[in-house]
Design a protein around this ligand. Sequence first.
Ligand code: AMP
Ligand code: GLY
Length: 426
Amino acid sequence: MKVLVVGGGGREHALCWKISQSPIVERTYCALGNAGISRHAECLDIDVGDFDSLAQFVKKESVDLTVVGPEQPLCEGITDFFEKEGLLIFGPSKAAAELEGSKIFSKDLMKKYGIPTGEYFVFTDMEQAIAKAGETEPPFVVKADGLAAGKGVIICHSHKEGEDAVRSMMERGAFGEAGAKVVIEEFLTGEEASFFAFTDGENILPLEPSQDHKPIFDGDKGPNTGGMGAYTPAPVVDDRLRQRIIDEVMIPTVRAMKSERRTYRGILYAGLMIKDNDLKVLEFNCRFGDPEAQPLLMKMESDIVPILYSIARGEMNTDPIEWKDGFCVCVVMASRGYPGSYDKGVELKKLKDFKDTRETVIFHAGTTFSGDKFVTSGGRVLGVTSLGNTIEESIQGAYKAVDSISDQNLIYRTDIGKKALLRIGC
Ligand code: AMP
Ligand code: GLY
């Protein structure tokens, strides 16, 4: 069969890497792709927002299945468009992707169906939002309602920061329409975890728990990024908690979406805050996480293609996913300056000498070719991902590869996986 992956970051590299290994796949395409993806898939020069050209390509080449990586095309209705054209696609409809596309929709859904989440208030009027920011005990969180490329969440440590956050969204339009409405939310403390489940709208097929590292600096310091590293399984989610996440979050959400006539088919991503016995949803996303997909897909033993294909057809097989033993860690290497401004087109001199192995794979995010040289083209550049029998072994494997390709143009955290190490050690 022929598969098209939509997107061009680290998550899509991991998807193309995994999909192209399937014995039932003869050809993989990726729009837009990147320099690393071009080793596993034919990269197409079609924008992820150009649904018409994507569908035309799929028809012309008789592609059997399209798999969507990023949230933007899902929230803009790529699935509805493809389905109208009679094409099979993996990813939720526009109405279902609202779970990520609107914080207000997702918070209201959680409240209505008793899914645990923080206290919140919704504002469409700026003066009322400022008044709330002025009377709420800091810290608290101001969130733009719509998609804001991972930047629409501001943690406010004073009333003044709260007012500035509200003004930046509602007055100065920092996130355009996405910030026309805001949520002011209770600040939650604890340890974050990411939990994913495939779903056909009725049943769920859970993945192993994982953990992202959002802030740019070691020790979770500095501004938030798209994610500087991830690992799986995350020991903060033990078997008991895993079952609670399934029973209290994943199944009720899939049922709630069905009751709301927004049946959710695809992969459901819950960002969770865990403290002692307390479990709360920070957010839902309608896609694989980036960088969580990199270690999860490397550790997945089962063929992913029958799962994606069956969900696209609306009838998922619920046989549990098989996993390789041990742990998998992904260390993200980013352009110096990220998440602020950074240079592009910087040569990655040592990359061509690195050969992926069974244990260690370098997934590309913001890379492209300049002639036959790898150069940077984005903030997050590489996801160095390593399997190991123990968490120590996978951390060591990842950092050994990081050392072998690192140069002064790339930055990375040196403590990815440390929380798991501390938890297992104690
Ligand atoms: P979100 O896009 O809603 O997941 O927010 C991005 C990041 O902001 C999360 O991964 C958390 O690190 C942080 N965050 C979001 N909401 C809260 C909250 N209510 N309390 C504490 N941190 C939060
Ligand atoms: N890992 C963060 C995200 O994918 O949104």
